[in-house]
Ligand binder design. Structure first.
Ligand code: NAD
Length: 466
């Protein structure tokens, strides 16, 4: 068979497999709340029973240690399932709104209904959680789901492809493994929603493809997330929290602080506090720490190494190509037009940028694309208020790293270049639902005011009523 014929056959098989899900949705199985809760419970069983295998795959892909694997992937997903199952009954009830006098007697409400068959495209940095957290929301909302894990985290991808059919309803859930070719084939098909996690460039490809079918999209993108450290911040706590959120997963976190803005007076004390916290966390030689991760692949390793060229390295900088180890690295005041300050770093390098004052820090943030996350460490209410009122970001955390992630009540998503739409908790359920507007009128009191023939009296009464 030639290449073109092979591609056609593969396309047909992906389309056929997705069609099975469409048929399942059409027969109404996923609308049943008990079925949805049952599938969530099956997913919970998958995670509980396969914890070891999941942790091994994450270690093989990213050198992710067991504790990080638990907190940011396995445990995170389990608690998401539990929160979702607990609140599913409430979320799926009609949401009443008031009815104006002109529509009385009558009732008004929004009725959540599932969208249909949806596509979830995951990224490689949290390869388990970033596929399954949207899937939990999509199951809860009553959809069939096609999952496309990232090929770069190949161990986690193949584990998901093996386990999902063992635990979940095979006619409602499908894992398609692969890279650009397979994703392109999927994107050619009509879906009822696409949730994509990844970079901006592919986000545009996804949105373009979705436009062909008028498919709504949620784009969970990234970008440079600034971290402002005020002069009055508690430096020890600030440093510990910056180090935790920056160097978890070796900096390969979409909401990691990308760089720090600090006044010249505070820069040196902050650098010293960061250095101390790093040594406490990872020891004198982080290469030997079992808690410090590795870079996903050679391409990203080379990209990160390139960021160090012509920079003043205040700490770290050691690299080992063979194991894709890059030490926690702090750069002293790189130029704003250098590559490390132009692109999302997505690795273990933290630039510390001197900024004269809060006015300049706010202007700096506002001159750049809207970030996915913005961090401010300050004891001053006035400073916090100004940052909140005068800047825009998908998510803000005051005096900590990405702790907003642990609160399922908080929607998570970007704004502007960092993405559109949100999920987690009820916002995820809503993302994968259509909130159908319903007005239920009574046959009683059919006041003829709005019916022709019209008159001046009818018009003046209508003007008062509407
Ligand atoms: P990636 O390379 O894993 O790509 C993401 C997905 O897009 C993969 O499933 C991949 O197969 C698919 N893809 C890649 N090229 C494609 C193409 N040409 N056509 C169709 N599909 C294609 O991930 P990435 O883009 O390197 O991810 C890193 C980015 O993701 C960073 O910017 C990071 O900030 C962002 N991110 C955001 C979140 C969030 O929740 N907002 C989470 C993690 C990562």
């Amino acid at each position: 068979m030639n290449m073109a014929a092979q591609t056609l056959e593969a396309q047909a098989s992906i389309a056929d497999r997705v069609q099975v899900l469409r048929d399942t949705f059409a027969n109404g199985r996923t609308r049943d709340l008990a079925w949805r809760k049952g599938q969530l419970t099956r997913l919970e069983a998958l995670i509980n029973e396969q914890q070891e295998a999941i942790a091994e795959a994450l270690y093989a892909d990213l050198g992710k240690c067991k504790t990080e694997a638990w907190t940011s992937e396995i445990g995170f997903t389990l608690s998401d399932i539990q929160h979702t199952r607990k609140h599913l009954g409430k979320w799926s009830k009609p949401r009443k709104v008031s009815t104006p006098i002109a529509a009385q007697p009558g009732k008004s409400y929004q009725l959540p209904e599932p969208l249909g068959t949806v596509l979830v495209i995951g990224a490689w940095n949290y390869p388990f959680q970033l596929v399954l957290a949207p899937v939990i929301a999509a199951i809860a909302a009553g959809n069939c789901v096609v999952m496309k894990p990232s090929e770069l985290a190949s161990n986690t991808s193949s584990l998901l492809a093996r386990l999902i059919p063992q635990y979940l309803d095979q006619e409602a859930f499908l894992v398609i493994e692969g890279a650009v070719e397979e994703t392109t084939q999927l994107l050619a098909l009509p879906f009822d929603h696409i949730l994509y996690t990844g970079g901006e460039q592919v986000g545009k490809i996804v949105m373009r493809a979705a436009a062909e079918h008028l498919t709504p999209v949620t784009l969970e993108l990234g970008g440079k997330s600034p971290c402002l450290v005020d002069d009055d911040a508690n430096l020890d706590v600030t440093a510990a929290r910056i180090v935790w959120s920056k160097w978890m997963n070796a900096g390969q976190t979409c909401v990691a602080p990308d760089y720090v803005l600090v006044t010249p007076a505070q820069k040196q004390p902050l650098m010293e506090a960061l250095t101390k916290a790093l040594e406490t966390f990872y020891g004198k030689d982080p290469a030997t720490s079992k808690d410090y991760g590795r870079i996903i692949n050679d391409r990203h390793f080379a990209r990160l190494q390139g960021y160090l060229d012509n920079q003043t390295i205040a700490l770290g900088g050691q690299c080992d190509e063979g194991s894709r180890y890059m030490a926690p690295t702090i750069l002293d005041n790189p130029a704003a037009d250098s590559p490390v300050m132009q692109e999302e770093i997505f690795g273990p390098i933290l630039p510390i940028i001197e900024i004269a004052n809060l006015d300049e820090a706010i202007a700096w943030v506002n001159q750049r694309p809207k970030p996915l996350a913005l961090y401010v460490y300050s004891n001053s209410d006035a400073c916090v208020r100004r940052v909140l009122n005068e800047t825009s970001a998908g998510n803000v955390c005051i005096n900590d790293g990405f702790m907003f992630m642990v609160n399922s009540e908080l929607p998570f998503g970007g704004v502007g270049n960092s993405g559109m739409g949100a999920y987690h908790g009820q916002s995820g359920f809503d993302t994968f639902s259509h909130l159908k507007t319903v007005m239920h009128r009574s046959f009683r009191f059919d006041v003829p005011l709005r019916y022709p023939p019209f008159s001046a009296l009818k018009l003046s009464l209508l003007k008062r009523l509407l």
